[in-house]
Write a protein that binds this ligand. Structure first.
Ligand SMILES: Cc1cc2nc3c(=O)[nH]c(=O)nc-3n(C[C@H](O)[C@H](O)[C@H](O)COP(=O)(O)OP(=O)(O)OC[C@H]3O[C@@H](n4cnc5c(N)ncnc54)[C@H](O)[C@@H]3O)c2cc1C
Length: 402
């Protein structure tokens, strides 16, 4: 039987893979997207990813272009300001507090917050209805032959496809990366990140709050109300053994500990979802492309959850790939296109990974000198308007507005 020919095969139906499918499908390319795991239908599902993502403005623009923003918007909460608090000791004492406003970089808001499980569910439904996109749920990519003119991709259901381009969006343990023999560099910190939802008596006013102490940041990301109460997503980075203890704690004991750790900024915090634990690592692939293959998102780079960089960096990969494909559709998957992709993304990813790696080491340190530098650094970055605007523009991935 003749092998089915398509423009693009995407491995992975996480947020990155689904966004890529929408971006290429809406640009007129034929796409097959495969993922062995079905998307979660409810927050309690075992497979439900309890992280929330702050999608910054360039990512929202990509969602709009791909025709999926109207479906996502009803679940999104705007991110109107970022409050950063530095603390020292246990219980934490506040040493500095500064608020960053989007007007500094010429924007109305930094972006929009969405729970990952809802984003994945809505994107799955929207992408499945797109003409030109063929979704193969329950199917993994498990083999590949790279040729000058095509990638032959083998699926776990025994079928195979011929594609101009295979996009590996299959996460941090990427099969596509392994099949393309692309090595990775991994940095571990002995830290883990807890992710869950809380309710609280004080309103969040659409402000995201990051509270630093030894072990890492405690971040409260504004969410939609839960049962009529104000709610936030929590991402809490700390030493691995402490994070494990928090996973096991009874909800009322956890409420005590996390309310103290949050310096009571939103009043008493109450657990409102299951908890998930994530290892904190920096992992980068040595290349982002190989013959007929492009890696995007966590298949190419995993970053510690600081400053909403992870998935936003991932969506920047997809934007660049889409733009290259759109500019010269006949060159899809050719060495010329993939060299241009490597050039456009490799350096930015390496710089971002190095900056976040350094920032994370400074943030988690309990050495008094480093803690003092962290407090001084926060005040300096915020209080010098030029520096503040430069750092914010870099972090958001927008052109600086002076
Ligand atoms: C606690 C925490 C908080 C975070 N907060 C933010 C934030 O605020 N902002 C931000 O930008 N980023 C954030 N991040 C990062 C962000 O959540 C991740 O980058 C993102 O969810 C990863 O998406 P992905 O699609 O690359 O990978 P995944 O979600 O891991 O998806 C990969 C998919 O590939 C599938 N797959 C695996 N093997 C195969 C195969 N052989 N064939 C086909 N499919 C396969 C898997 O089933 C899976 O569905 C955070 C990370 C953490 C740990």
């Amino acid at each position: 039987m003749a092998r089915q020919q398509v423009d693009i095969v995407i491995a992975g139906g996480g947020v990155a893979g689904l966004t890529a499918a929408a971006a290429f499908g809406s640009a007129g390319f034929s796409v097959v997207i495969a993922d062995p795991a079905p998307p979660p239908q409810a927050v309690e599902d075992e497979a439900s990813d309890l992280r929330a993502t702050a999608f910054l403005q360039p990512s929202i623009a990509l969602f709009r272009d791909a025709g999926v923003w109207d479906e996502l918007a009803p679940f999104a909460v705007p991110l109107d300001a970022l409050r950063v608090i530095d603390t020292t000791g246990t219980p934490p004492e506040i040493t500095a507090e500064r608020t960053f406003e989007p007007a500094d970089v010429g924007q109305d808001s930094f972006g929009w917050n969405l729970p990952n499980w809802i984003t994945r569910k809505v994107l799955t439904e929207t992408v499945a209805a797109m003409p030109g996109v063929d979704m193969r749920s329950g199917t993994a990519i498990d083999g590949m032959t790279q040729r000058e003119s095509e990638a032959i991709v083998r699926l776990s259901d025994g079928t195979s496809l011929s594609a101009q381009l295979l996009i590996g969006a299959d996460g941090r343990a990427s099969t596509v990366r392994r099949l393309a023999s692309i090595p990775t560099r991994t940095q571990r910190y002995g830290q883990k990140a807890l992710a869950f939802t809380v309710t609280h008596p004080l309103p969040h006013n659409n402000i995201s709050t990051e509270i630093y102490n030894r072990g890492g940041a405690f971040t409260l990301v504004p969410a939609q109300d839960v049962d009529g109460q104000s709610a936030s997503g929590v991402v809490w980075m700390q030493d691995g053994d402490v994070a494990q203890d928090c996973m096991q704690m009874a909800p009322e004991d956890l409420a005590e500990v996390m309310t103290l750790r949050s310096c009571h900024v939103l009043g008493r915090l109450t657990l409102a979802s299951p908890r998930r634990l994530w290892p904190v690592i920096t992992q980068t692939s040595t290349k982002m492309a190989a013959q007929r293959v492009a890696l995007v998102a966590e298949a190419a780079h995993v970053l510690p959850p600081i400053g909403a960089q992870g998935l936003n960096t991932s969506l920047a990969d997809i934007r660049v790939l889409r733009d290259l494909a759109h500019a010269t559709p006949d060159a899809l998957g050719t060495p010329k296109m993939l060299d241009a992709y490597e050039k456009a993304r490799g350096r930015d990813v390496r710089l971002r990974a190095s900056a976040i790696d350094l920032f994370n080491r400074v943030c988690k340190s309990d050495a008094p000198l480093v803690q003092g530098l962290r407090t001084a650094g926060l005040k300096t970055v915020h209080d010098l308007p030029g520096l503040r605007r430069t750092i914010m523009s870099q972090g958001m991935g927008v052109a600086q507005n002076t």
